[in-house]
Write a protein of this length. Sequence first.
Length: 173
Amino acid sequence: ATKAYDRVVLYFIIPAIIIWILFAEPLSNYGFKWGKWPEGILWVLGVCLVMAVILHFVARTPGMTAYYQDRAPKSIPYLIFITGVDLWGWEFIWRGFMLFGLAKVLGPGPAIFLQAVPFAFMHLNKPELETLTTIFGGAGFAFIAWRTESFFYPFLIHWFIASFTQLIASGRI
């Protein structure tokens, strides 16, 4: 739980201060806005539906259950809450700060893929299947953030995927 709050400070608050003070820019330049919300809602609904079907099977694999069985919080409401807290900072640092910052210099295509690399590295201690897919997931999240001009929709998708995975892999649903 403490790690989740630390990540809000390290991955959201500190980059936000850097943007405001050092860059003298509004956070909206880094995806901190609703953006193209009708498209964002469609992405969230579509991706979450597809991922629910995939995760129904994938999250039950031995590697996933072994990893999440003891790590997932026992209380379902707390699991959902703390996963959201944890991923807020994650999504801002990668799909807000890094994506929109890199896109200013390199353009959106390279930025989409470059921000996915450290995001994938952050998953190295996770189950192998999850780790191997994160480069694609990170690029997909970034594509959605770029299309919608907001990190909020990838955050919602990531929150759903992470919470749903833990709930299935730990045997709670």
